[in-house]
Design a protein around this ligand. Structure first.
Ligand code: COA
Length: 380
């Protein structure tokens, strides 16, 4: 029936290798994640988000002047066209931050001087610009919807520090700034996850960076991908409000055959290495902020799900309690994921366009037999 000659791959393309890449290495059996060969644990301990961006975009660690230069370029790009702020003001305040970000990133392309230029250097410039603009969009919309004034960017601050400043209107503590910085490093790239694949598919048509990133944001939103961190917090919050037993709440979910957000992974068959750091951050920030309850509930849920379902916590499970303690609203968690992942998406778009071929797989046709004939409407 089908004209497709090769065999149908596994549902959801599980285990299918769709491209070669030099950006991100994952060993799902050993729980290894590395950017350009450098283990995520080393980067989380020693690097900064800006340095990680350099590593992803330029393929190696920068020297001091290269890092200084990139930090300056990122800081210089901290401005949004007034028309974009106007757009953020024009949407209903009930609009989800993730939807507003997707729409605004699409609109940013219209104002980008490099919009129609797909060469390597233009793509690097767009990567830098979008990495600076996305956190500004997220922070500005959150303030606008709460009736607060938009905070001017501070070009002397780090990327993470400036985001918290523009979000909260107060200078963050060094602990909060570093915690967010580590979270951004941990979320920066993850090989061919669904949103990155979406970005590469769009880029591969020779569309453009902004279209690719808009596709990626749409894919990230879903609860099976980046949207899981918001879903995790909604569960923690419901348990807390009802003063319920976390284990009983999750037992009930499993009894109803519901998936527990923040658990399981398509690639990792052991601990997600990002969860290791986020667990510790959630614990430490919870203690230092006087809100240990979120970590304590999470810990009980993790132990139960591991014992009951043999599933490990993924990146989204402890990022929920971490972001909450950092004062970030739950519907902003997935946008904060994008504040980081823009770096990896952009690296993949650059790599795709540097050596492009259209991504166009086939489907195994299972529909009505061919030929089936057209029947005039009056005879049906
Ligand atoms: C991440 C995820 C989409 C991977 O999905 P996948 O590779 O397609 O795996 P499946 O959904 O086919 O799951 C395999 C089995 O484990 C179970 N499972 C997987 N994740 C589960 C979860 N979070 N809670 C309960 N059961 C889960 C499935 O029900 C399935 O069981 P079955 O074989 O008895 O039907 C999946 O684990 C999930 O939905 N997790 C929750 C959402 C989430 O945290 N997403 C963020 C990922 S970083």
């Amino acid at each position: 029936m089908s004209s497709v000659t090769s065999t149908l791959g596994p549902k959801g393309l599980e285990g299918v290798v769709a491209t070669s890449s030099t950006i991100c290495y994952i060993d799902g059996d050993r729980g290894v994640l590395a950017y350009r060969g450098i283990d995520i644990h080393e980067l989380a301990d020693h690097s900064s988000f800006e340095e990680t961006c350099y590593l992803l975009w330029f393929g190696r660690l920068p020297n001091q002047s290269e890092l200084k230069d990139l930090k300056e370029r990122l800081a210089q790009e901290r401005h949004l066209d007034p028309a974009i702020i106007g757009l953020l003001r024009s949407v209903p305040s009930s609009a989800l931050p993730m939807d507003v970000m997707r729409t605004a990133v699409s609109a940013l392309g219209i104002y980008d001087a490099d919009e129609k230029n797909n060469d390597h250097d233009a793509n690097v410039r767009k990567a830098i610009r979008l990495t600076s603009q996305i956190p500004m969009l997220v922070a500005a919309y959150d303030r606008i919807r709460k009736g607060k004034p938009v905070v001017e960017a501070d070009r002397s601050m780090s990327h993470s520090g400036n985001f918290l400043w523009q979000l909260n209107g107060t200078k963050p503590s060094s602990t909060a700034e570093r915690a967010l910085d580590i979270a951004l490093i941990l979320h920066a790239d993850h090989e061919l996850n669904a949103s990155t694949f979406a970005a590469r598919v769009t880029a591969a048509t020779l569309s453009d960076m902004h279209s690719a990133i808009t596709s990626a944001i749409g894919a990230l939103k879903g609860p099976l991908h980046g949207g899981a961190n918001e879903a995790v917090f909604r569960i923690l919050d419901a348990i807390y409000r009802k003063k319920a037993d976390p284990v009983e709440h999750i037992r009930e979910m499993l009894a109803q055959k519901k998936k527990v957000p923040g658990f399981g992974h398509r690639v990792y068959h052991t601990e997600d290495p990002r969860a290791t750091h986020l667990r510790a951050m959630s614990r430490d920030l919870g203690q230092s902020s006087g809100q240990p309850q979120w970590y304590e509930m999470s810990e009980k849920i993790e132990a139960f799900v591991r014992a009951e379902k043999k599933l490990n916590a993924n990146v989204d499970f402890y990022s929920a309690s971490t972001y909450h303690v950092l004062g970030i609203d739950e519907d902003m968690f997935t946008p904060v994921f994008a504040v980081s992942r823009i770096s990896g998406w952009a690296a993949h778009v650059i790599e795709q366009l540097d050596d492009n071929r259209l991504i166009r797989p086939r489907a195994d046709y299972q529909g009505p037999e061919y030929p089936s004939h057209y029947v005039a409407i009056e005879k049906r």
